[in-house]
Design a protein around this ligand. Structure first.
Ligand SMILES: Nc1ncnc2c1ncn2[C@@H]1O[C@H](COP(=O)(O)OP(=O)(O)OP(=O)(O)O)[C@@H](O)[C@H]1O
Length: 260
């Protein structure tokens, strides 16, 4: 008789302790404690302005580009505090891929969009580069649609294709963490379904964090859902916990549509 190994939940890839965030004098996050397991999808939900985008921008230190923005607390990635001023930010960012609400392909060909970031980090032959570009486009479920038009401008693709190209661009750098900020905000239902299928595939290999306004989407794609409100992380659990058995009255009011 064969015995299967005991099921272990994936370890936490990112752990936030008492994180606060400031835009100048405005405090946007208050003592956030949240963790994000590896090889799973965590959805951040909550009303507009509650701090979802602010929170994911901390993970790749995107806020460093703005002198008046600062974060306090600890954000451990594989146990290392990425808020430590001594951290190598370029190396951190190479481990993290991010996409935004509106797809933002470079004004270059489809092939160049994916190859550009790879070329910054690796000196590959033409055939090695082509193989890397193809693998990333396949992983982003875009290859079949673009394999004959790799030299065409990325700006000629549809919005949904552009978003998958941006995901391919992120995956091509072989990150460990993928941050998706409302990846379907600008997409039609068919493109949205394709991105959701893609996220379903990506969960096997990455720590995925997705910001979404769409509760059905969170329920479809997420292993865990975190509800945020007025800059605080209120409650985290499975989609069922959050949508069917919320513990906090603020979560209940949000998921039942009383606000937001
Ligand atoms: N550049 C900025 N300067 C000052 N305040 C900001 C800035 N960006 C965001 N904020 C404020 O920080 C708070 C959190 O904003 P954030 O964009 O993180 O929320 P969100 O939950 O992602 O919202 P949405 O769902 O509308 O995208 C809001 O009160 C917002 O007004």
């Amino acid at each position: 008789m064969s015995t299967s190994p005991p099921h272990r939940p994936p370890a936490d890839k990112i752990v936030m302790h008492d994180v606060n965030f400031f835009y100048g004098a405005v405090q946007a996050l208050h003592d956030v404690n949240l963790s994000f397991p590896d090889r799973s999808v965590t959805a951040l939900i909550g009303p507009s302005g509650c701090g979802k985008t602010t929170l994911i921008r901390i993970i790749n230190r995107l806020f460093d580009m703005y002198p008046d923005q600062r974060a306090t607390g600890t954000v451990l990635v594989d146990g290392e505090d990425i808020l430590d001023p001594g951290i190598n930010v370029a190396r951190l960012r190479a481990r993290i891929g991010m996409t935004f609400q509106r797809p933002n392909p470079f004004p270059m060909s489809i092939h160049e969009n994916v190859a550009f970031g790879i070329a910054l980090h690796h000196d590959l032959s033409r055939s090695e580069m082509d193989a890397r570009v193809e693998a990333a486009l396949r992983d982003a479920a875009l290859w079949d649609e673009v394999k004959e038009i790799l030299d065409h401008s990325a700006l000629d693709l549809s919005g949904g294709q552009q978003q998958r190209l941006c995901i391919a661009r992120a995956i091509a750098l072989r990150p460990e963490i993928l941050l998706f900020d409302e990846p379907c905000a600008a997409l039609d239902p068919v493109s949205t379904a394709r991105i959701e299928d893609l996220i379903d595939d990506l969960r096997r290999r990455y720590c995925v964090v997705i910001v979404t306004h769409n509760m059905e989407q969170a329920a479809r794609v997420a292993d865990r859902v975190a509800f945020m409100y007025l800059g605080e992380a209120i409650e985290t659990g499975s989609a069922e916990d959050i949508f069917i058995r919320p513990k906090d009255p603020r979560t209940r009011d949000y998921v039942t549509g009383r606000f937001g």
